[in-house]
Design a protein. Structure first.
Length: 126
């Protein structure tokens, strides 16, 4: 039996209509990827009870996409992930490349619970 604290809700949040409860993510690595995406795509100030949560990558939409924006995004991402997910992952590398209207983000990390290394590639379009 899974305790209430061990439950891993799927992102985006969904309700299982047959069971009448929230859908849980059974694959732990998929759950960790979901957590990372939440940190990446949540803007600071977006969450009422945690106004400093998130990396705010999408807020860079109004900044010129180039080496400066990529460097800023790299710093914001690394700081946010190490602050909010330090009990779940060890961030090994964050690389951000600005290509035309897209920011390509590569995060290399180790999942602390399993000890496995993983890479997440995410693209944010401006």
């Amino acid at each position: 039996m899974v305790s209430e604290l061990d439950r891993r809700l799927r992102f985006p949040f969904a309700i299982d209509r047959n069971a009448g409860r929230a859908v849980e993510e059974r694959d732990y690595e998929a759950y960790v990827r979901q957590l990372i995406r939440q940190v990446l795509l949540t803007a600071r100030g977006e969450r009422v009870c945690r106004p400093d949560f998130g990396a705010g990558v999408r807020q860079l939409v109004f900044a010129p996409n180039g080496a400066g924006a990529a460097s800023l995004a790299q710093t914001l991402i690394f700081e946010a992930l190490t602050r909010w997910l330090d009990r779940v992952i060890k961030v090994e590398e964050v690389a951000v490349n600005a290509v035309e209207s897209t920011m390509a983000i590569t995060i290399r990390y180790r999942i602390l619970q399993t000890g496995t290394s993983a890479i997440l590639n995410e693209e944010v379009t401006f």
